[in-house]
Each structure stands twice: as structure tokens, then as C-alpha cells.
Design a protein around this ligand. Structure first.
Ligand SMILES: [Zn+2]
Length: 305
């Protein structure tokens, strides 16, 4: 992963063109509708229908999102972590954890840290190993583990009393699942004290894999595009739209960069030995190319409150 501090990649939108259809896919059709962009409130326009919902794009901030009127909310149970996305949670992104931990440790001991959507608590467990004096809190809808020295809370992030005055707030691979992202970021800011650090990691729609999925779709292979834009991820941030969101919440961007995650963490749908190996090689190639051209699959932004 590139070092987060001091890096900013201009947000390039290689988005789904409004007014174009996504190919022959069981009745996909052009939808002419508008909805307020969840990032900047500008009128976003329906660009196409996906088998699971209508995709919208904001012409102002470049954000792409699934129209919330067209999809049902996803549920997050223990099965979500243990079965549906078992590879993701079994192979945490230690390289990213290390970069974030470096920033936290540089702030000094005793830091009050909150992990929003902490999952099974992997990042907080990692952080405790790096700096035992940190005061660690994690919250998630599904029950995180019970661990001495870490306060894990099961509950609704918006309604649970978490206290306030956090020095360091992280939320990794969560915001793309959240309906009201402006309220989400506002809540994070309200829980943090002035001068605190906020770290958000999410998808990078400007990255090479997204581009390749659109090129493949043009020539009739829609499976990658359908997977990337499934309702599992309600938001597909470009670097520009993520920056727009945090700045509109009154936070200052300190650094922003794109990066991948461990290949072992990819949760492929199993299609047989040969097909699975080909997919692994393809993703590995795209991960490598994405680091030098168009950007990697994920992005992380570091902000000051
Ligand atoms: Zn927008």
C-alpha cells in the first residue's frame, strides 16, 4: 500500500455514462429519474438498472450509488462474517492496519480510539498489540467478541451512547454499506473531539477493476460489473466524492490514497478449480496494474476534525 500521509490521487471518474444501457442482462433498461446525491445533494441521475436495483450518478461530485428506493436493506448477522464473507474476515488487511496504527501511535499513548463497524474486532486487536495504553471501543450491529481491555458494543451506531471526545475514529469498509452517509460522517465528527483524526476506508470506483468491469460489460460479459455494483455495496466512492463528503462535514483531508487488500481475502463465488484459479490470476493482475494505473480497488482517507 502507498503511504497514506502526503498522497492524494485526483478523483477520476470513469463512470457509467448516464443515458447508456448496461448491455443485455435480463431486461436492463434505461431509467430516467433523479434523486438527491447522498454526498452533495445535487440532483443525481439514474444511469442504468442493475439486476438488484437502479444505479445513480451525481454529475457534480461523481458519486455513484444504488437508489435506496429500489433495494431492501441487507442484514448483518454472525453468518455475514463467518460464511458470506469468510475470506475477507479471515484475512485482515494487516498492511493497512499497520499504516493506520503508525498514525495513531504517533499521537502518543492513552489515545481514545473508536472503531465504527468493527466487525470481529480485528483492527482493535491489532492496535492493542501495538500500543497497550490505548483506550479502545468498537461498535457493530453483529456481536463482536468479548476481549479483555477492549470495549466491544453491539448496537446501532446512531442510537447507542458511546460517550464522546474520541481522539481517533476509524471505520474500515463500512460506509459503502450505510444508507445515510452524511448522517454517518456527522455522527463520527460529533463523537470525535476537535483536532481528532478520522480514518475512512472504502471502495475506489475510479480504480482499474471498476474500469475493466465496464469494458467487459460493453463486450457482453456483465458478471464482474454485476458483482461490483450489487446492492451489497450501496455506495461506490470516487476519490473526489469521498473527499467531497468529508469536507462537506467540516473535516480537513490530511491524506488520501488508493490500495488493494490481500488476495486471500477475495470471496469468489466457487465455479470449479480451473475457473477459480483463472479468476485469482486475473484479480492479482488487476491489483498489480491498479497500483500503477488508474488506482487500486480501495481507498483510504485520513482527516482532521
Ligand atoms: Zn454529488
Amino acid at each position: 500500500m502507498q503511504t497514506l500521509v502526503g498522497i492524494y490521487f485526483l478523483g477520476e471518474s470513469v463512470g457509467l455514462d448516464c443515458g447508456t444501457e448496461m448491455g443485455d442482462n435480463g431486461g436492463m433498461s434505461l431509467v430516467t429519474d433523479v434523486f438527491a446525491c447522498p454526498v452533495c445533494q445535487h440532483d443525481a441521475q439514474a444511469c442504468c438498472t442493475h439486476p438488484e436495483g437502479v444505479l445513480m450518478r451525481c454529475p457534480s461530485c461523481t458519486h455513484c450509488f444504488t437508489d435506496p428506493r429500489t433495494v431492501a436493506a441487507e442484514s448483518y448477522s454472525k453468518e455475514y462474517f463467518r460464511e458470506t464473507h469468510k475470506n475477507w474476515f479471515a484475512n485482515p488487511n494487516l498492511e493497512l492496519f499497520g499504516e493506520i496504527a503508525k498514525i495513531a501511535v504517533s499521537k502518543g499513548g492513552g489515545l481514545k480510539v473508536l472503531d465504527v463497524g468493527c466487525g470481529m474486532g480485528d483492527f482493535l486487536l491489532y492496535l492493542r498489540g501495538k500500543e497497550p495504553t490505548f483506550v479502545l471501543t468498537g461498535i457493530d450491529l453483529a456481536a463482536p467478541p468479548s476481549v479483555d481491555g477492549i470495549r466491544f458494543i453491539t448496537g446501532d451506531f446512531y442510537k447507542t451512547d458511546l460517550g464522546s471526545g474520541f481522539d481517533f475514529v476509524v471505520s474500515l469498509a463500512v460506509i459503502e454499506h450505510v444508507g445515510d452517509i452524511r448522517s454517518f460522517v456527522s455522527r463520527i465528527k460529533a463523537l470525535a473531539k476537535p483536532g481528532a483524526t478520522v480514518v475512512l476506508m472504502t471502495l475506489n470506483e475510479g480504480g482499474l477493476i471498476y474500469s475493466v468491469s465496464k469494458w467487459m460489460n460493453v463486450v457482453g460479459f456483465d458478471s464482474v460489473l454485476n458483482r461490483l455494483y450489487s446492492k451489497h455495496h450501496l455506495h461506490h466512492f470516487t476519490t473526489a466524492s469521498l473527499r467531497c463528503l468529508v469536507e462537506s462535514a467540516g473535516m480537513e483531508v490530511l491524506s488520501q490514497g488508493t490500495h488493494n487488500f490481500p488476495l486471500a481475502a477475495v470471496d469468489f463465488a466457487e465455479c470449479g478449480f480451473v475457473a477459480d484459479r483463472l479468476k485469482s490470476v486475473g484479480v492479482a493482475l488487476l491489483f498489480a496494474l491498479g497500483r500503477i494505473w488508474k488506482g487500486a480497488f480501495l481507498q483510504t482517507v485520513v482527516c482532521k476534525v
